[in-house]
Design a binder for this molecule. Structure first.
Ligand code: NAD
Length: 340
């Protein structure tokens, strides 16, 4: 099958190329993101392959459909960047990679927790400049502290397992409690209770209309003084201005982000010679207790291999007329939302 692959870097081309050869598909790589303005590049391609910061809004989808695209192969687990109703209306099939490596994301979450707590990012710079003072680098023992995990699916459950290993107490919030987490001793509570009792709050639920700005002014108010907030899920879960106000008041003592609401204009690009226009983002970077990585939690060789293999297997299922187990079905998404 001829596939237009958008938003690609060298590592995407390398990993996808290996599996394209094995599965016998023709991939044409584009560096540019897929947006309303770049759909013309996919003219005549029955399949389009995209990543998280491509914009599959109604106009993009209608334009793709009019050019003959029938399959949208997402190289991600999340599908909040796709207008699924319009895709269904146009008869487009949407497939995704539901679990390429939940370990990669959970482990990166722990990296952020440890770095923020022990201020490794600051210590690294100090020592390189010959400053061996440890003033201001004090942390706290993770042992005995309480971790609140919002969304205890695949990634949240692995994080729970790792934090249990540190000797943390576990609080959880999810629409459906996870048996594996209950067996670890996780106590499921409502969000206000989780916010009020957690030393570390980590977000692992998908971005949906219901979870948009789950961390609001009110949520920050409910947190413990000096709490650590980590988001490796989706930027839209946090109202960034509320987080900035929380950092200024000291309510949020540490903020670790791998995702940001307006990341599409920033992340994955080298902007080191450009004046960044996003003042909200620049304000975030000015705090010593904020650590931002640019959506790299998934970025392990294991995950890239799984993403490439599953994507090509999904495309093969479609090409050969088989039902794909990784299809994103609108009715299932609707059921999940109405139970919120
Ligand atoms: P999952 O589907 O296994 O788990 C998500 C959990 O969230 C489910 O248990 C679900 O019931 C729960 N949930 C849904 N809506 C909720 C709500 N409003 N409040 C609380 N819980 C809710 O997904 P996963 O594989 O664990 O991934 C979680 C998220 O991580 C994805 O949605 C994606 O946005 C993000 N992610 C980020 C990266 C990265 O590189 N930073 C990589 C992969 C995934």
């Amino acid at each position: 099958m001829k596939v237009a692959v958008f938003n690609t870097k060298e590592y995407d081309r390398q990993f996808l190329g290996v599996f394209a050869a094995l599965y016998g598909h023709e991939l044409v790589f584009f560096e540019t993101r897929l947006t309303e303005n770049t759909t013309i590049l996919a003219n005549g391609f029955p399949a389009v392959c995209v990543f998280i910061n491509d914009d599959l809004n109604a106009n993009t989808l209608r334009s793709l459909a009019s050019q003959g695209t029938k399959l949208l192969a997402l190289r991600s687990a999340g599908y909040n960047h796709v207008d699924l109703s319009v895709a269904a209306e146009l008869g487009m099939t949407v497939v995704r990679v539901p679990a390429y490596s939940p370990y990669a994301v959970a482990e990166h979450t722990v990296a952020l927790i440890l770095a923020l707590n022990r201020k490794t990012h600051r210590a690294y710079n100090r020592v390189r400049e010959g400053n061996f003072s440890i003033e201001g680098l004090q942390g706290f023992d993770l042992f005995g502290s309480t971790v609140g995990i919002v969304g205890t699916g695949k990634i949240g459950a692995i994080l729970a397992q790792i934090m249990k290993g540190f000797g943390c107490n576990l609080l959880g919030y999810d629409l459906y409690p996870n048996k594996a987490c209950l067996e670890l001793g996780m106590n499921y509570v409502e969000l206000p209770e989780l916010f009020a009792n957690s030393d570390i709050i980590s977000l692992h639920c998908p971005l949906t209309p219901e979870s948009h700005h789950l961390i609001s002014v009110q949520a920050v108010d409910q947190m413990k003084q000096g709490a650590m907030l980590i988001n490796t899920s989706r930027g839209g879960l946090i109202d960034t201005q509320a987080a900035i106000d929380g950092l200024k008041s000291g309510k949020i003592g540490y903020l670790g982000l791998d995702v940001y609401e307006q990341e599409a204009d920033l992340f994955f690009e080298d902007l080191s010679n450009v004046v960044i226009q996003d003042d909200v983002f620049q304000r975030l970077l000015a705090f010593p207790n904020v650590l931002v990585t640019s959506h790299q939690a998934f970025f392990t060789k294991n995950a890239l291999t799984n993403i490439a293999e599953t994507t090509l297997a999904n495309i093969t299922d479609f090409a050969e007329g088989r039902v794909c187990a990784n299809e994103v079905k609108l009715d299932k998404v609707r059921v999940a939302k109405t139970t919120v």
